[in-house]
Design a protein around this ligand. Structure first.
Ligand code: CA
Ligand code: CA
Ligand code: CA
Ligand code: CA
Ligand code: ZN
Ligand code: ZN
Length: 455
């Protein structure tokens, strides 16, 4: 759980005596096979923009500064570089006359193609907004890609930087504590929960204002959940929500609590992979997905009110607002390429709509064990809307398929029926009275002297 493996396995070679930030010895390779744009920024060094990953020559330096152009017929420029030691790599894209994106890539399997897990950083800004990425890298071969979005023509200025370092001072991590109530949880199941945490650690690039810390403390505990009328609740898998601390006058996420339903414990012990998928979803709630889509208010003993959270959803239309990063992603999924309001689950309000998004991670009902539950760009964009720095390139493949029509408001209040009624619900905690009573989450540390205001 301690940071990236990448940070712990790299040993820094003896520092070169000169001030060269990036050391490597390869000469500039032969010109790319396809026509390439060459921009000279230094009388000694030509920078070559290749049209394909496979044909990109290694540049003379990882520190690049150049102007380029992508178009509908030439949508990609690849720049390859080599790092002789680990450190923090940055890239910025500015001067855009259209929408282009900058991405950091590593061809891990060296097949000349971009495969899942090979996009290391992608900020994903729409319009002609500047972009900037940052990633701690081990020594090795990497690529910067400038990519036109949806066939747009864009002039761009690309600048990259590299600062040697042995580890990443901004690496994000979860610290996990298992409660006594989970003593019957097997080691394999605990490892599955750790793996769920590592999934988020790998795609949250650095700390941000929503936490102001590199680390979130997680408490995982067990409870035999009961329904509102006191009968055993066998349908709920787990409940989770963030905890907050005051940072000056601001509430920030300090950690979270996940409560696993002990009535399902045998199932989790028997199928750790299923538990992992469930916990990826649950930790999403701790990061604020669903739980901070609306403001949450606390008061101290003196009556001062503190608020945390955003105004991302509209309960009257049961949608997540269009004017968001997630709204852009939904427009891309619908192929309108405009910002679209996103259906969310009626009554719960803390998930994407199950009928529309089905297997996506942050829908309210879990899938059959073994069915893949992709963490799509929609969910990663929603993290960005909350203020997290994430790698949009870590999103898993997802497409809308055979979805039902957008529910009307009347339909939207109907509970899932039929085949879905036997599905287990993750049941997020939300800001309503029912959820608060059921989940006992959103607790502040006792030292903070704050109490939650019930809406
Ligand atoms: Ca090109
Ligand atoms: Ca862009
Ligand atoms: Ca590859
Ligand atoms: Ca689902
Ligand atoms: Zn949930
Ligand atoms: Zn609720």
């Amino acid at each position: 759980m301690n940071g990236r493996a990448i940070a712990n396995t790299v040993s820094l070679p003896n520092a070169a005596p000169n001030l060269q930030m990036v050391g490597f010895l390869k000469a500039i390779a032969a010109p790319a096979l396809t026509p390439a744009l060459s921009v000279t920024t230094d009388s000694r060094v030509a920078i070559t923009a290749a049209d394909a990953l496979a044909t990109a020559p290694i540049e003379a330096s990882a520190v690049l500064s150049l102007n380029g152009l992508v178009t509908a017929t030439d949508p990609n420029d690849f720049y390859r570089f080599n790092l002789a030691q680990s450190g923090v790599f940055t890239a910025s894209l500015a001067g855009l006359t259209g929408d282009a994106d900058v991405r950091l890539l590593q061809d891990k399997n060296q097949n000349g193609a971009i495969d899942p897990g090979e996009i290391l950083a992608w900020q994903w800004e729409r319009g002609s907004t500047n972009e900037s990425i940052r990633r701690f890298l081990a020594a090795g071969d990497y690529f910067v890609q400038v990519m036109g979005y949806n066939g747009q023509t864009a002039n761009y200025s690309l600048a990259t930087g590299f600062t040697p370092a042995v580890s990443d001072s901004q690496a994000f991590e979860f610290g996990i504590t298992f409660g006594q109530s989970l003593s019957a949880l097997t080691q394999a199941a605990r490892d599955a929960i750790a793996s769920a945490a590592e999934f988020w650690e790998s795609l949250i690039i650095s700390r941000s204002a929503i936490t102001r810390s590199n680390r979130l403390d997680l408490v995982i505990r067990g409870e035999s959940l009961t329904t509102a009328n006191g009968s055993p609740d066998t349908g709920t898998l787990a409940l989770s929500g963030p905890q907050f601390d005051l940072d000056g006058p601001n509430l920030v996420i300090s950690g979270g609590i996940s409560t696993i339903n002990l009535r399902r414990l045998a199932e989790f012990n028997a199928n750790p992979g299923y538990l992992r998928d469930i916990m990826v979803h649950e930790l999403g709630h701790i990061l604020g997905l669903g739980t901070l889509w609306e403001p949450v208010r606390f008061a101290n003993s003196g009556g001062t009110i503190f608020e945390v959270g955003k105004t991302l959803i509209d309960r009257t239309t049961t949608t997540y607002r269009a004017n968001t990063y997630a709204g852009w992603v939904y427009g891309e999924l619908l192929k309108t390429f405009t910002q679209m309001a996103i259906p969310i689950e009626a009554q719960i309000f803390a998930h994407w709509d199950e009928g529309r998004f089905d297997t996506e991670l942050m829908t309210p009902f879990a899938e059959t064990p073994g069915v893949s539950v992709p963490t799509s760009q929609l969910t990663l964009a929603a993290l960005r809307d909350l203020g997290w720095n994430v790698n949009m390139g870590a999103a898993q493949a997802y497409a809308l398929s055979g979805f039902a029509p957008v529910p009307t408001m009347a339909q939207a209040t109907v509970q899932p029926t039929g085949a879905r009624s036997d599905r287990a619900a993750y049941r997020a905690s939300c800001a309503c009275r029912t959820c608060l009573a059921a989940s006992k989450v959103h607790e502040l540390g006792s030292s903070s002297g704050l109490s939650r205001l019930i809406l």
